[in-house]
Design a protein around this ligand. Structure first.
Ligand code: FES
Length: 477
């Protein structure tokens, strides 16, 4: 299940790190946030190296729908209410400036990445709420207005429209931007100590260390696992569907998103918390919608994405922890990874360069000690629920009951294990205790993966790690 981005663009391979190295700044993670941060640091005269456990853009940057916008759902009324006008304005400006920064960078460096200026729409069924949201966003200086007409086949009373937003091809952009950077691929960071990164074949000494690896994999300091959870969403690329002339998301839970890339229409939706896949059927439900709304269209690709979610809906960008003044973090991008990558890169470049960023405060990772306790408690409750499941749920299912091509939790010699059965009937066992903090993993039938409900680690059907915070495989002999 490859996205249209990875089907249409290959980024040249880089060598792993072999030997020791000393740089001013080391960036962990070769996705959009890591590459942009490294690029801006290098442009500012800083000597920087990127270390990536897999390949450049092998994580979520290849699975995004690649919208560049300051419109992040129906958030601006809420931000005004919870943060007050000053910090709500910081959030709005940081994101709107990120949209402009992408356009300027792509223009200046002549990056061929299919950039198109588009309006962004958040649609919904409550016209008054949409009008109030448009007013709130406009009051913060954003290019927002209420739109009566929503030209997509979903019942909607209206929409909030942001003009001058953009969409692009994320991998074409990253291929170009990473060209002049020092990047070590297949170089997982195993340990971080003060000013050193340990990798399997070498150590990097760095004055500044940036964690731009989607989910911070160290439990302490920072305790990010206690204040992030992950969500999944699904996308179909359709041929023979109409041009929608904009980027659309629903302002209501369970809604759908739309945007075009060339002749294709991307239809997204079916969000859920990672590890709560239920019986699956996510792609099927999207296909049903595609058949209903765009009869005659043909699916050419399908894929899914995973996002880190914070309790207050604002990313964590800034100092990693008070005890590590030379570590920095960029995570919790919600569903807005492209725009927030630019916001992060700008803030972190300023911080590392000793400049005060006008936007640092609203994104400061330490803000949640007071601001988001209710949300954190709810997330913590989910994590506890996951742990409790592990201890108290029994299963009577036997491996023989798992159909070929499927997986599930079974009783095997008196113990609960995860089993995936190949099409030829061979059985692959996994330990269903998540190696991160021990929650019980769940089988995801749509992606044929083992997913953790607590903090979102994922493993393929054979037990190989797909994404953290866990750092180990779960395959059993
Ligand atoms: Fe934390 Fe699984 S990801 S326990």
């Amino acid at each position: 299940m490859e996205s249209i981005w990875s089907q249409s663009c290959t980024i040249p391979q880089r060598q792993p790190l072999t030997g020791d190295l000393e740089v001013e700044a080391a960036v962990i993670g070769g996705g959009m946030a890591g590459i942009l941060t490294a690029f801006l640091l290098q442009e500012a005269g800083c000597q920087v190296a990127v270390v990536e456990a897999g390949r450049i853009a092998s994580g979520q940057s290849r699975n995004t729908t690649a919208k560049i916008t300051a419109q992040h759902g129906m958030i601006y009324q809420k931000l005004l209410r919870t943060l007050g006008a000053e910090e709500a304005r910081q959030y709005a400006r940081a994101n709107q400036e990120a949209v402009q920064a992408y356009k300027a960078l792509i223009r200046e460096k002549q990056i061929p990445c299919d950039l198109e200026e588009r309006c962004a729409y958040v649609y919904g069924s409550d016209a008054q709420a949409l009008q109030e949201e448009a007013q709130a966003a406009a009051s913060l200086g954003l290019p927002a207005e209420y739109a009566h007409h929503v030209p997509i086949p979903v019942p909607a009373a209206g929409a909030v429209r942001f003009t001058g937003q953009a969409q692009f091809h994320p991998l074409k952009f990253l291929r170009h931007l990473s060209q002049g950077l020092t990047v070590y691929e297949h170089t997982p960071v195993q340990q971080v100590e003060e000013d050193r990164l340990m990798t399997p074949r070498g150590c990097i000494k760095a004055r500044h260390i940036v964690f731009a690896c989607h989910f911070p994999f160290l439990n302490v300091p920072g305790l990010y696992f206690a204040r992030l959870h992950q969500e999944r969403s699904y996308v179909l690329a359709l041929e023979g569907a109409p041009q929608v002339e904009g980027m659309y998301i629903s302002g209501e839970a369970g809604g759908w998103s739309f945007r075009n890339w060339g002749d294709l229409l991307l239809l997204g939706g079916e969000n859920h918390r990672t590890g709560e896949s239920g019986k699956g059927g996510r792609y099927e439900r999207l296909r049903q919608k595609a058949a209903e709304w765009f009869p005659g269209s043909r699916e050419v690709a399908c894929w899914s994405a995973q996002d880190c979610i914070t309790p207050d809906g604002i990313p964590y960008i800034g100092r990693y922890a008070a005890s590590r003044p030379n570590w920095y973090v960029a995570t919790g991008f919600q569903k807005w990874g492209m725009t927030t990558s630019m916001v992060s890169a700008t803030i972190l470049r300023d911080m590392i360069g000793g400049k005060e960023s006008p936007y640092a405060r609203v994104f400061a990772p330490d803000r949640l000690e007071t601001a988001a306790i209710p949300g954190m408690a709810a997330d913590g409750g989910k994590a506890v629920k996951g742990l409790a499941k592990r201890f108290f749920q029994m299963t009577t299912q036997a491996a023989e009951e798992i159909p070929p091509g499927e997986g599930g939790i079974v009783l095997w010699e008196g113990e609960k294990v995860g089993v995936y059965k190949d099409k030829d009937g061979s059985v692959h066992k996994v330990d269903i205790r998540c190696p991160h903090l021990g929650c019980q993993l769940e089988w995801n039938p749509d992606e044929q993966s083992w997913d953790c409900p607590c903090h979102g680690s994922r493993f393929d059907r054979y037990g190989r790690l797909i994404s953290g915070p866990a750092q180990e495989d779960i395959a059993l002999d």
